[in-house]
Write a protein that binds this ligand. Structure first.
Ligand code: A2P
Length: 284
């Protein structure tokens, strides 16, 4: 062996790039408003999750002024992509002085984020008893777990009708959900995966509270006054047929929970399936 044969080996050895623990690479980023964006990252080969679950994601925090050490800054994020997707998608708020989202909002394709591969959560099909009609009730970034579940075949296998309500302050805040549902309904490949006519099962009911739109008002009000049911031409909530998943602010969750319980639905969990499940929309 002469030296010329060995030389390329040494020169080709890439200098180890310092990577974050549990690092994943950002593949795309999309901004909707000054407060909302979504992004996709590589998926760890070993990560298995159920559509609707969340994981901890984040970035390295600023160095400690005394020790210079950096600690990871992590928050719970619902996985917005379905369990079969080769990448992971997240939908996030941007808070200008938020410890994580003030930084996270600037990520670009090729950047790295930290992703702890331990999915958990209650917004999963396993936590619901069989039913005919599935409600997804979301406000704001609470749409994220439903972005996953709306692309999950089980959703259409288990139910005749899937009603997704999304309440936001402004019309622009509905964009992510609106586009996702429109694309899904028109996707012919999805027809093969979810079954013929699956698009007709989806009933999308967006409402706004602070900007003029075709349907205004909090969904809680529209349930109480019955408009949701008359608008969609369906009977009121019924524990015999209806199941629900809820994701929004804490106050929203409590108000919806009270309405569901008033209608006779009981809360379920992974260990004991019921007629509805709730998860807080996590804010960075
Ligand atoms: P509203 O504008 O009347 O407060 P937020 O950004 O504050 O989380 O709110 C997102 C959307 O959820 C807004 O349209 C807001 O309506 C609505 N919302 C907030 N709290 C509740 C609640 N307790 N019940 C129903 N809707 C709510």
């Amino acid at each position: 062996r002469d030296m010329t044969e060995q030389t390329p080996v040494t020169t080709a050895t890439a200098k180890a790039v310092p990577t974050l623990p549990d690092a994943q690479t950002v593949t795309s980023v999309q901004h909707y408003t000054d407060k909302l964006f979504s992004f996709r990252v590589s998926r760890p080969a070993s990560l298995r999750f159920r559509s609707g679950e969340f994981v901890m994601i984040g970035l390295m925090g600023d160095p400690d002024p005394k020790t210079g050490k950096q600690k990871p800054l992590l928050r719970a994020y619902s996985i917005a992509s379905p369990s079969w997707d080769e990448e992971l998608e997240f939908y996030s708020i941007k808070v200008q002085d938020g410890p994580l989202t003030s930084k996270l909002q600037h990520i670009q394709p090729g950047d790295q984020i930290i992703l702890r591969p331990k999915p958990v959560g209650t917004l999963v099909h396993d936590a619901l008893l069989p039913g005919k009609r599935l409600y997804f009730f979301a406000t704001g970034t609470g749409f994220a777990p439903f972005a996953s579940l709306l692309r999950e075949p089980e959703t259409y296998e288990n139910y005749d009708e899937v009603i997704i309500t999304h309440t936001c302050r402004d019309v622009a805040e509905l964009t992510y959900g609106h586009n996702l549902i429109e694309d899904l309904k028109q996707d012919e490949i999805m027809e093969e995966v979810f079954g013929e006519g699956f698009a007709k099962k989806i009933r999308y009911y967006p409402t706004t509270t602070r900007e003029e739109s075709p349907k205004m008002g909090r969904i809680t009000t529209l349930i109480e006054n019955g408009e949701l049911f008359t608008d969609l031409g369906i009977p009121p909530l019924d524990p015999a047929t209806d199941r629900a998943m809820v994701c929004g602010s804490l106050a929203f969750n409590l108000d919806i929970k009270a309405l569901l319980e008033k209608a006779g639905l009981r809360e379920g969990a992974n260990s004991e399936p019921g007629e509805f499940v709730i998860e807080k929309a996590f804010v960075g």
